[in-house]
Design a binder for this molecule. Structure first.
Ligand code: ATP
Ligand code: MG
Length: 180
């Protein structure tokens, strides 16, 4: 099934000059780049890009909690709370700072089952938990506890839409509804 998905090479990918390598990985897999722009995102755009609901906050908070548990660490020591909702809200604030800290490369990729296949190639959200064959696992070893102790989200190089509705929303947000 031919699909489109939104990919953003985040400020750390641009700063580390990894855009070319990451684009090659998608091109070699067979994806077409059907739209692209190099841009410095506004705070407002990033706030609209990342969901603003308790389900998403809780999911992000739970990822942190799991990552701390895997390393035998107590999240309360760094975050001051073990409530996933509260942790998610703090991470969102950091995310807005991170995503607006420098230019990003936003792209619309098209290909067979693009949404699922691109996510698979990105790997786990937390780079230190991502398989080394994935983009996040190959180019980073960052983890939640390391990031949170520095008051920032994990630097994981790339964003990719998670589901068809998310892809439609995000492509329209970054490129306009004619690119969906
Ligand atoms: P993205 O939406 O950026 O493609 P994702 O869908 O894998 O990533 P989300 O749960 O949507 O992950 O989280 C959005 C972003 O928030 C992550 O890419 C990461 O930068 C940051 N983030 C998520 N969870 C954590 C965490 N537990 N600790 C620190 N940062 C986090
Ligand atoms: Mg996401």
């Amino acid at each position: 099934m031919l699909e489109r998905t939104l990919v953003i090479l985040k400020p750390d990918a641009v700063q580390r000059k990894l855009c070319g390598k990451i684009i090659s990985i998608f091109e070699e897999a067979g994806f077409n780049i059907v739209d692209a722009k190099f841009t410095h995102a506004s705070k407002e755009l990033v706030e609209r890009h990342y969901p603003n609901n308790n389900k998403w906050y809780t999911s992000v908070g739970n990822k942190s909690i799991t990552n701390y548990q895997e390393q035998g660490l107590d999240i309360k020591n760094t975050m001051g709370t073990d409530d996933p909702l509260e942790i998610g809200k703090v991470v969102k604030k950091w995310l807005v700072e991170y995503m607006t800290s420098g230019p990003v490369l936003a792209m619309v990729l098209e290909g067979n089952n693009a949404i699922k296949n691109v996510r698979k190639m990105c790997g786990n959200t937390i780079p230190s938990s991502a398989e080394p064959s994935t983009i996040r696992g190959r180019f980073s070893i960052d983890s939640s506890d390391m990031a949170n102790s520095e008051h920032r989200p994990v630097k994981n190089l790339i964003h990719a839409s998670g589901e068809p509705d998310e892809a439609k929303y995000e492509i329209a947000l970054w490129f306009g509804s004619e690119s969906v």
